[in-house]
Unconditional design. Structure first.
Length: 228
């Protein structure tokens, strides 16, 4: 019995976190991927407006507020470094090569995993729990569809190799024990440079979020209502 047959026979459990590759029509796939950036921008503007008119129920210098900010900064940094690390392996390759080393040996979608961490970090820098909760709901509602679309394309391109990878590697939550890395790796500097700039936005947005929270605290910005 080969490895792929073993996976299908149940000897190797699938750990897909409810993100199994399922049939997504070409039209739906194209529509979902085209809407990703506009929807993300729209949601970002919505969160920005909410940050501009709401304050935290915790005082600016309370222990809870300081802990939320500290946690948010750490998570935003993890998101930034994690996306940079993941892009180091995937930049310039995308669907052309099936990457299964580095962060991609622990889960199939490390870019989205670290993006989710960074989003939560940005939200926590507001000194609230409501903002990061909104971000989690948005991510959980839309991005699984994007992941399925991308994984279907990989399955069509790489066939049995991808099916084996899918059956042995978690979709979202990293399996740290399975980590593997090559002794050397070739990256494309121009693509990597652009992705470093892209990842930096997590830190910048975390800082902007904290500044807005501080402006509310010193009553420069009005608070129409407060949230936890």
């Amino acid at each position: 019995m080969n490895s792929l047959e073993a996976a299908h026979s149940g000897l190797l459990p699938s750990t897909d976190f409810l993100l199994d590759v399922e049939a997504v029509s070409p039209l739906k796939r194209v529509a979902a991927e085209r809407r990703r950036r506009p929807l993300t921008v729209f949601f970002g503007v919505l969160v920005g407006l909410m940050l501009a008119v709401t304050g935290s129920r915790w005082s600016a210098h309370s222990l809870v507020s300081e802990l939320l900010f500290l946690t948010g900064v750490c998570l935003a940094a993890v998101g930034t470094l994690g996306r940079t690390w993941s892009n180091l392996f995937i930049s310039g390759y995308k669907t052309k090569v099936l990457i299964q080393t580095g962060p991609y040996s622990m889960c199939r979608n490390p870019l989205y995993f670290f993006s989710a961490i960074g989003m939560v970090g940005i939200g926590l820098c507001s000194g609230t729990l409501s903002i990061p909760l909104m971000m989690i709901v948005f991510f959980a509602a839309y991005y699984p569809l994007i992941i399925r679309c991308e994984e279907q394309r990989l399955a069509e391109t790489h066939g049995d190799d991808y099916e084996w990878y899918r059956c042995t590697t978690p979709a979202f939550w990293p399996q740290f024990a399975s980590y593997q890395e090559p002794d050397t790796y070739t990256m494309l500097p121009d693509v990597m440079r652009k992705n470093i700039v892209d990842a930096f936005w997590f830190v910048a947005l975390a800082a902007i979020t904290h500044v807005l929270a501080h402006l509310h605290a010193i009553q420069v910005l009005p608070e129409f209502f407060q949230v936890w």
